[in-house]
Design a protein around this ligand. Structure first.
Ligand code: ACM
Ligand code: ZN
Length: 513
């Protein structure tokens, strides 16, 4: 039996042991370097020591910061105040509070993420007032040319969240693969999700002969949508109508003008085989697919594609020509507009709105269609002049599948072009628009097309840090540019890329050799 006197001694020793074990390392935030740049940062006297409980990840410490409801702040806005007494967040929405935490996260040295001994962070007292300029701050991922796992998509979303990007444009259907399970049309994924080979490099005349593919089940889609929502990101699905349809036509050949002999494409490019809008069954297909899509994605916007739809087959198809005649349409461009109008009406009846690539302007658009301007800004400018909403994603500033260096011999193969970080940073979405027209610009988006991007490591390399520059255009736009300041802050942001193990282009960073 233990004597009464030994108990306090044992306790004492345990306490000393605990104390020694908890004597962790303290790191210091040296300067407030945040990407995207906040509206204002006012430095104050003094510091505050934020303790990270043992075994607690930094995110948990951030979740414990108290939030005050401040209705004077706009949607997504926040104030982050650090005093000698503590840290406080004010916001009018959970999104605003989330963005305050993202800013605070960038003030905690990345070392705290990787070094388990770090148990406290010394933060400078300051007041950060912040709000985004654009409501739509997007990033796109093509999961069709190459397929990426649910976990990889979640990592993509992690990267977006850190940059306060709030829209994920999920490009789900293509000539080279259909990637979303549709219960009414099982062949879309049994047949359309796989191709019998992939062209190698830029050799258009042969392929590797290796069966390639994959798709997301509806449960996996729900998991992605939920993960995104938890990070205040809305997932906007894109279902390509009426072009880029080979995978769908290989699954259901009767939906094409020719009606047979389609194959999921092994090469990239634009193909003449598109959906036949002369057939009512094609509309039934689109409406059924979109009904299932709407059940999975709560997004107000559904992207209906509309890009790169050759009209050759429609010109030869008796059913398409009959439709043109019966509907009093002038030509095949107007036939595509007819498709868009019908699909838009269907989606509107379900409380949704359409986004289409700028080609949908060609045969005329309804005033309620939102235009995604990709062939430069010309389409976006024309749309804004006409009073249509616009998302700016011009290839000249926002196509992250382009080379990011002139030294192409030392770069992984890319689709072409040249888009360095500075060019992304210098994008002005309002260029060429009057004050009045600027109100139609909803925001900015970076696009990652994956013809030449086969691995997620490579996706990260193309995305980072160019998306950091576009995130700043979307969040911090005020008509001024300070590239040197951005690079300084980016040099700090990259420490988190390293800590999280995200791959990134290092072209703009000083050499460490
Ligand atoms: C596109 O790049 N075809 C929208
Ligand atoms: Zn047809």
């Amino acid at each position: 039996m233990k004597s009464l006197r030994t108990i306090p001694i044992t306790l004492c020793m345990a306490m000393i042991m605990l104390l020694l074990a908890s004597c962790g390392k303290t790191v210091k935030c040296e300067s407030v370097d945040i990407v995207p740049r906040p509206l204002s940062v006012e430095m104050q006297e003094g510091t505050y020591k934020l303790r990270l409980a043992k075994d607690e990840c930094v995110c948990k410490a951030l979740d414990n910061i108290p939030v005050t409801d401040d209705k004077t702040l706009g949607n997504e806005a926040y104030t982050l105040t650090i005093t000698k007494q503590g840290i406080a967040i004010a916001a009018s929405t959970p999104a605003g509070a989330f963005y305050a935490r993202q800013s605070l996260r960038q003030m905690i040295p990345a070392e705290a993420l990787t070094d388990k001994k770090v148990t406290a962070v010394v933060l400078p007292c300051c007041i950060i007032k912040d709000a985004p300029h654009f409501a739509y701050r997007g990033a796109h991922l093509d999961v069709c040319r190459h397929f990426f796992s649910v976990d990889e998509v979640k990592t993509y979303l992690d990267i977006l969240a850190m940059h306060k990007i709030n829209r994920f444009h999920f490009h789900l259907t293509e000539d080279q693969g259909w990637r979303i399970e549709i219960k009414h049309y099982p062949q879309l994924t049994q047949v359309g999700a796989y191709r019998d080979g992939t062209m190698v490099g830029k050799n258009w005349n042969s392929d590797d002969g290796v069966r390639y593919g994959g798709f997301y089940t509806q449960d996996e889609v729900k998991e992605i949508v939920k993960y995104a929502a938890d990070h205040f990101i809305t997932v906007i699905p894109e279902i390509e109508i009426p072009g880029h349809a080979l995978a769908a036509l290989a699954s259901y050949p009767e939906l094409g003008c020719r009606g047979d002999h389609y194959e999921v494409s092994k090469t990239w490019g634009v193909f003449p085989e598109v959906f036949c809008p002369g057939k009512e069954d094609t509309f039934k297909f689109w409406e059924t697919v979109l009904t299932e899509v709407m059940e999975l994605f709560p997004s107000k916007y559904i992207h209906i594609g509309g890009d790169e739809c050759p009209k050759d087959e429609w010109k030869k198809c008796p059913l398409c020509q009959k439709r043109i005649k019966e509907e009093g349409l002038k030509n095949e461009a107007e036939l595509q507009s007819y498709v868009n109008r019908r699909i838009e009406k269907f989606l509107n009846a379900h409380g949704r709105q359409i986004i289409g690539w700028d080609e949908i302007l060609e045969g005329g658009v309804t005033p309620t269609a939102t235009i995604m301007s990709w062939r430069g800004t010309t389409g976006g400018i024309a749309a804004a002049q006409a009073g249509n909403h616009v998302i700016m994603t011009p290839n000249t500033f926002c196509y992250l599948d382009y080379y990011q260096s002139r030294d192409q011999d030392n770069e992984p193969l890319a689709i072409g072009g040249y888009l360095p970080v500075e060019q992304c940073y210098n994008f002005d979405p309002y260029n060429g628009l009057t004050k009045d027209q600027q109100q139609y610009i909803l925001g900015v988006q970076g696009n990652v097309w994956t013809e030449y991007i086969a691995t997620f490591d490579h996706v990260e390399y193309m995305l980072l840090p160019r998306i950091s520059a576009l995130a700043e255009v979307g969040w911090s736009y005020d008509g001024t540019k300070d590239y040197a300041g951005f690079l300084r802050r980016l040099n700090h942001l990259r420490t988190y890329f390293d800590a999280y193990g995200w791959n990134y282009g290092k072209h703009v960073f000083p050499s460490e050799e």
